[in-house]
Write a protein that binds this ligand. Sequence first.
Ligand code: T3D
Length: 261
Amino acid sequence: MAYRFILFEVDQGVARITLNRPDVLNSIHTAMSAEIRDALARAGREREIRAVLLTGAGRGFCAGQDLDEVRPGAAVDDFAAHAREVYTPLVRGLRTLEKPVVCAANGVAAGAGANLALACDLVLAAEEASFVQAFAKIGLVPDTGGSFFLPRLVGLARATALAMLGEKISARQAVEIGLIYRACPAASLGEEASQLAIHLAAQPTLGLGYTKRLLNAALVNDLDSQLELEAELQGAAGRSSDYAEGVAAFLAKRKPVFTGQ
Ligand code: T3D
Protein backbone atom coordinates (compact mmCIF):
# COMPACT_ATOMS: atom_id res chain seq x y z
CA MET A 1 0.00 0.00 0.00
CA ALA A 2 1.29 3.49 -0.84
CA TYR A 3 1.06 5.88 2.10
CA ARG A 4 -0.33 9.42 1.88
CA PHE A 5 -1.06 10.25 5.50
CA ILE A 6 1.82 8.57 7.29
CA LEU A 7 5.54 8.25 6.70
CA PHE A 8 7.14 4.83 6.96
CA GLU A 9 10.84 4.10 7.02
CA VAL A 10 12.98 1.25 8.26
CA ASP A 11 16.45 1.79 9.67
CA GLN A 12 18.60 -0.29 12.03
CA GLY A 13 15.78 -2.76 12.60
CA VAL A 14 13.29 -0.04 13.55
CA ALA A 15 10.17 0.79 11.56
CA ARG A 16 9.40 4.45 12.14
CA ILE A 17 5.75 5.35 11.58
CA THR A 18 5.11 9.10 11.52
CA LEU A 19 1.53 10.37 11.56
CA ASN A 20 1.70 13.03 8.91
CA ARG A 21 -1.22 15.44 8.85
CA PRO A 22 0.42 18.22 10.88
CA ASP A 23 -2.08 20.94 9.88
CA VAL A 24 -4.77 19.14 11.86
CA LEU A 25 -2.44 17.87 14.58
CA ASN A 26 -2.33 14.45 12.88
CA SER A 27 -5.98 13.75 13.62
CA ILE A 28 -7.06 10.39 12.26
CA HIS A 29 -9.52 9.70 9.47
CA THR A 30 -10.51 6.42 7.89
CA ALA A 31 -7.83 6.40 5.19
CA MET A 32 -5.08 7.28 7.65
CA SER A 33 -6.19 4.53 10.01
CA ALA A 34 -6.00 2.02 7.13
CA GLU A 35 -2.43 3.14 6.46
CA ILE A 36 -1.38 2.78 10.11
CA ARG A 37 -2.95 -0.69 10.16
CA ASP A 38 -1.07 -1.65 7.02
CA ALA A 39 2.20 -0.35 8.44
CA LEU A 40 1.74 -2.32 11.68
CA ALA A 41 0.95 -5.48 9.73
CA ARG A 42 4.09 -4.94 7.67
CA ALA A 43 6.14 -4.47 10.83
CA GLY A 44 4.79 -7.78 12.07
CA ARG A 45 5.53 -9.59 8.81
CA GLU A 46 9.02 -8.38 7.99
CA ARG A 47 11.76 -10.19 9.84
CA GLU A 48 14.27 -7.34 9.57
CA ILE A 49 11.88 -5.11 11.56
CA ARG A 50 12.42 -5.81 15.25
CA ALA A 51 10.92 -2.68 16.86
CA VAL A 52 8.49 0.09 15.94
CA LEU A 53 8.64 3.80 16.70
CA LEU A 54 5.37 5.74 16.44
CA THR A 55 5.47 9.54 16.40
CA GLY A 56 3.79 12.58 14.87
CA ALA A 57 4.88 15.27 12.42
CA GLY A 58 4.73 18.92 13.46
CA ARG A 59 3.68 20.25 16.85
CA GLY A 60 1.13 17.59 17.77
CA PHE A 61 1.26 13.85 18.26
CA CYS A 62 -2.37 13.09 17.39
CA ALA A 63 -5.63 14.99 18.09
CA GLY A 64 -7.77 11.85 17.84
CA GLN A 65 -10.60 11.46 15.39
CA ASP A 66 -10.66 14.01 12.57
CA LEU A 67 -13.82 15.79 13.65
CA ASP A 68 -14.44 17.05 10.15
CA GLU A 69 -14.98 13.48 9.00
CA VAL A 70 -17.60 12.80 11.68
CA ARG A 71 -19.31 16.18 11.94
CA PRO A 72 -23.12 15.94 12.12
CA GLY A 73 -24.43 15.37 8.62
CA ALA A 74 -21.14 13.96 7.32
CA ALA A 75 -20.85 10.57 5.67
CA VAL A 76 -19.80 8.82 8.91
CA ASP A 77 -22.93 8.54 11.01
CA ASP A 78 -22.59 5.12 12.63
CA PHE A 79 -19.94 5.60 15.30
CA ALA A 80 -20.12 1.98 16.44
CA ALA A 81 -19.23 0.74 12.97
CA HIS A 82 -16.67 3.52 12.60
CA ALA A 83 -14.97 2.64 15.90
CA ARG A 84 -14.85 -1.03 14.90
CA GLU A 85 -13.36 -0.19 11.53
CA VAL A 86 -11.00 2.65 12.44
CA TYR A 87 -9.87 2.26 16.06
CA THR A 88 -10.35 -1.32 17.23
CA PRO A 89 -7.93 -2.69 14.60
CA LEU A 90 -5.29 -0.13 15.57
CA VAL A 91 -5.33 -1.20 19.21
CA ARG A 92 -5.37 -4.88 18.23
CA GLY A 93 -2.55 -4.22 15.79
CA LEU A 94 -0.41 -2.54 18.44
CA ARG A 95 -1.11 -5.04 21.21
CA THR A 96 -0.78 -8.22 19.13
CA LEU A 97 2.40 -7.10 17.36
CA GLU A 98 4.96 -9.23 19.18
CA LYS A 99 7.71 -6.66 18.77
CA PRO A 100 8.28 -3.66 21.04
CA VAL A 101 6.49 -0.44 20.09
CA VAL A 102 7.92 2.85 21.35
CA CYS A 103 5.71 5.94 21.18
CA ALA A 104 7.39 9.33 20.98
CA ALA A 105 4.60 11.76 21.83
CA ASN A 106 6.03 14.96 20.38
CA GLY A 107 3.04 17.14 21.29
CA VAL A 108 -0.59 17.04 22.30
CA ALA A 109 -2.25 13.62 22.34
CA ALA A 110 -6.03 13.95 22.49
CA GLY A 111 -8.96 11.53 22.43
CA ALA A 112 -8.18 8.49 20.33
CA GLY A 113 -4.70 9.99 19.84
CA ALA A 114 -4.00 9.80 23.57
CA ASN A 115 -5.24 6.24 23.72
CA LEU A 116 -3.28 5.24 20.65
CA ALA A 117 -0.18 6.29 22.60
CA LEU A 118 -1.28 4.31 25.65
CA ALA A 119 -1.63 1.16 23.55
CA CYS A 120 2.11 1.32 22.76
CA ASP A 121 4.64 -0.49 24.96
CA LEU A 122 6.87 2.38 26.07
CA VAL A 123 5.64 5.96 25.86
CA LEU A 124 8.14 8.79 25.87
CA ALA A 125 6.83 12.33 25.62
CA ALA A 126 8.27 15.77 25.09
CA GLU A 127 7.92 17.89 28.23
CA GLU A 128 5.74 20.22 26.15
CA ALA A 129 3.39 17.39 25.20
CA SER A 130 0.06 16.85 26.92
CA PHE A 131 -2.56 14.14 27.20
CA VAL A 132 -6.27 14.79 27.17
CA GLN A 133 -9.23 12.42 27.19
CA ALA A 134 -11.12 14.86 24.98
CA PHE A 135 -14.15 12.61 24.48
CA ALA A 136 -16.17 13.98 27.40
CA LYS A 137 -15.93 17.50 26.00
CA ILE A 138 -17.90 16.51 22.90
CA GLY A 139 -20.33 13.99 24.40
CA LEU A 140 -18.43 10.83 23.43
CA VAL A 141 -16.91 8.03 25.50
CA PRO A 142 -13.28 6.91 25.74
CA ASP A 143 -12.48 4.51 22.92
CA THR A 144 -9.33 3.15 21.27
CA GLY A 145 -8.84 1.02 24.38
CA GLY A 146 -8.85 3.99 26.74
CA SER A 147 -11.53 2.60 29.03
CA PHE A 148 -9.45 -0.59 29.31
CA PHE A 149 -5.96 0.82 29.74
CA LEU A 150 -6.64 3.96 31.77
CA PRO A 151 -7.88 2.30 34.99
CA ARG A 152 -5.21 -0.37 34.71
CA LEU A 153 -2.46 2.23 34.29
CA VAL A 154 -3.50 4.86 36.82
CA GLY A 155 -6.25 3.28 38.95
CA LEU A 156 -10.00 3.84 38.85
CA ALA A 157 -10.07 7.18 40.71
CA ARG A 158 -7.63 8.92 38.40
CA ALA A 159 -9.02 7.22 35.31
CA THR A 160 -12.48 8.48 36.21
CA ALA A 161 -11.23 12.03 36.67
CA LEU A 162 -9.30 11.97 33.41
CA ALA A 163 -12.20 10.48 31.46
CA MET A 164 -15.01 12.55 32.98
CA LEU A 165 -13.29 15.91 33.33
CA GLY A 166 -11.33 15.77 30.09
CA GLU A 167 -8.60 17.90 31.63
CA LYS A 168 -5.31 18.21 29.82
CA ILE A 169 -2.37 16.86 31.82
CA SER A 170 1.27 17.58 31.10
CA ALA A 171 3.80 14.95 30.14
CA ARG A 172 5.40 15.31 33.58
CA GLN A 173 2.07 14.72 35.34
CA ALA A 174 1.50 11.74 33.05
CA VAL A 175 4.81 10.25 34.22
CA GLU A 176 4.01 10.98 37.89
CA ILE A 177 0.70 9.11 37.77
CA GLY A 178 2.13 6.17 35.83
CA LEU A 179 0.34 6.90 32.58
CA ILE A 180 3.53 7.00 30.51
CA TYR A 181 7.16 5.91 30.87
CA ARG A 182 9.21 9.14 30.63
CA ALA A 183 9.23 12.79 29.68
CA CYS A 184 12.23 14.56 28.19
CA PRO A 185 13.00 17.92 26.60
CA ALA A 186 11.48 18.29 23.13
CA ALA A 187 14.94 18.84 21.66
CA SER A 188 16.11 15.39 22.77
CA LEU A 189 12.88 13.39 22.33
CA GLY A 190 13.65 12.25 18.79
CA GLU A 191 17.14 11.04 19.70
CA GLU A 192 16.09 9.38 22.97
CA ALA A 193 13.15 7.60 21.38
CA SER A 194 15.27 6.49 18.41
CA GLN A 195 18.04 5.18 20.66
CA LEU A 196 15.51 3.29 22.77
CA ALA A 197 13.90 1.73 19.70
CA ILE A 198 17.31 0.84 18.20
CA HIS A 199 18.33 -0.74 21.50
CA LEU A 200 15.12 -2.79 21.61
CA ALA A 201 15.58 -3.85 17.98
CA ALA A 202 18.91 -5.45 18.92
CA GLN A 203 17.46 -7.45 21.82
CA PRO A 204 16.02 -11.01 21.77
CA THR A 205 12.91 -10.21 19.74
CA LEU A 206 11.14 -13.52 20.34
CA GLY A 207 11.61 -13.17 24.10
CA LEU A 208 10.35 -9.59 24.07
CA GLY A 209 7.37 -10.68 21.98
CA TYR A 210 6.52 -13.42 24.48
CA THR A 211 6.96 -10.89 27.30
CA LYS A 212 4.41 -8.65 25.59
CA ARG A 213 2.04 -11.60 25.24
CA LEU A 214 2.42 -12.28 28.98
CA LEU A 215 1.77 -8.66 29.93
CA ASN A 216 -1.30 -8.53 27.70
CA ALA A 217 -2.61 -11.68 29.36
CA ALA A 218 -1.76 -10.41 32.86
CA LEU A 219 -4.31 -7.62 32.41
CA VAL A 220 -7.12 -10.19 32.42
CA ASN A 221 -5.78 -13.54 33.74
CA ASP A 222 -5.99 -15.08 37.19
CA LEU A 223 -2.72 -16.15 38.86
CA ASP A 224 -2.94 -19.85 37.93
CA SER A 225 -3.57 -19.11 34.27
CA GLN A 226 -0.76 -16.59 34.24
CA LEU A 227 1.71 -19.00 35.88
CA GLU A 228 0.84 -21.61 33.28
CA LEU A 229 1.33 -19.14 30.44
CA GLU A 230 4.69 -18.10 31.92
CA ALA A 231 5.79 -21.74 31.97
CA GLU A 232 4.65 -22.31 28.38
CA LEU A 233 6.35 -19.20 27.02
CA GLN A 234 9.50 -19.79 29.05
CA GLY A 235 9.63 -23.18 27.34
CA ALA A 236 9.40 -21.49 23.95
CA ALA A 237 11.92 -18.77 24.87
CA GLY A 238 14.33 -21.42 26.13
CA ARG A 239 14.32 -23.02 22.68
CA SER A 240 15.22 -19.77 20.90
CA SER A 241 18.59 -19.12 19.29
CA ASP A 242 18.82 -15.88 21.23
CA TYR A 243 18.66 -17.76 24.52
CA ALA A 244 21.56 -19.98 23.41
CA GLU A 245 23.48 -16.87 22.32
CA GLY A 246 22.68 -14.97 25.53
CA VAL A 247 23.95 -17.75 27.77
CA ALA A 248 27.00 -18.46 25.58
CA ALA A 249 27.92 -14.78 25.60
CA PHE A 250 27.47 -14.55 29.37
CA LEU A 251 29.71 -17.55 29.98
CA ALA A 252 32.33 -16.30 27.52
CA LYS A 253 32.19 -12.81 29.08
CA ARG A 254 31.43 -11.17 25.75
CA LYS A 255 28.56 -9.06 24.40
CA PRO A 256 25.72 -11.13 22.93
CA VAL A 257 24.72 -10.72 19.31
CA PHE A 258 21.00 -11.41 19.10
CA THR A 259 19.32 -12.21 15.81
CA GLY A 260 15.76 -12.05 17.03
CA GLN A 261 15.22 -15.79 16.41
O1 T3D B 1 -16.69 7.35 15.17
C1 T3D B 1 -16.00 7.30 16.17
O2 T3D B 1 -15.47 6.24 16.50
C2 T3D B 1 -15.75 8.56 16.94
C3 T3D B 1 -14.45 8.43 17.58
C4 T3D B 1 -13.91 9.39 18.25
C5 T3D B 1 -12.56 9.26 18.82
C6 T3D B 1 -12.01 10.58 19.24
O3 T3D B 1 -10.83 10.77 19.16
S1 T3D B 1 -13.09 11.75 19.83
C7 T3D B 1 -12.01 13.10 20.25
C8 T3D B 1 -11.64 13.89 19.03
N1 T3D B 1 -10.63 14.87 19.34
C9 T3D B 1 -10.90 16.00 19.98
O4 T3D B 1 -12.01 16.25 20.41
C10 T3D B 1 -9.76 16.96 20.12
C11 T3D B 1 -10.06 18.21 19.32
N2 T3D B 1 -8.93 19.11 19.37
C12 T3D B 1 -8.66 19.87 20.43
O5 T3D B 1 -9.32 19.85 21.44
C13 T3D B 1 -7.48 20.76 20.31
O6 T3D B 1 -7.18 20.95 18.94
C14 T3D B 1 -6.24 20.23 21.03
C15 T3D B 1 -6.45 20.28 22.53
C16 T3D B 1 -5.90 18.82 20.59
C17 T3D B 1 -5.03 21.15 20.66
O7 T3D B 1 -5.37 22.50 20.87
P1 T3D B 1 -4.46 23.66 20.23
O8 T3D B 1 -5.01 24.93 20.72
O9 T3D B 1 -3.05 23.34 20.50
O10 T3D B 1 -4.65 23.51 18.64
P2 T3D B 1 -5.91 23.97 17.78
O11 T3D B 1 -5.74 25.38 17.34
O12 T3D B 1 -7.18 23.62 18.46
O13 T3D B 1 -5.77 22.99 16.50
C18 T3D B 1 -4.86 23.27 15.45
C19 T3D B 1 -5.57 22.90 14.14
O14 T3D B 1 -5.88 21.51 14.15
C20 T3D B 1 -6.89 23.65 14.01
O15 T3D B 1 -7.11 23.88 12.64
P3 T3D B 1 -6.93 25.40 12.06
O16 T3D B 1 -7.83 26.28 12.88
O17 T3D B 1 -5.48 25.73 12.24
O18 T3D B 1 -7.34 25.28 10.62
C21 T3D B 1 -7.90 22.60 14.49
O19 T3D B 1 -9.19 22.78 13.95
C22 T3D B 1 -7.27 21.33 13.95
N3 T3D B 1 -7.70 20.17 14.74
C23 T3D B 1 -7.34 19.88 16.00
N4 T3D B 1 -7.92 18.74 16.38
C24 T3D B 1 -8.66 18.31 15.34
C25 T3D B 1 -8.53 19.22 14.30
N5 T3D B 1 -9.16 19.07 13.12
C26 T3D B 1 -9.95 17.96 13.01
N6 T3D B 1 -10.12 17.07 13.98
C27 T3D B 1 -9.50 17.19 15.16
N7 T3D B 1 -9.64 16.25 16.11
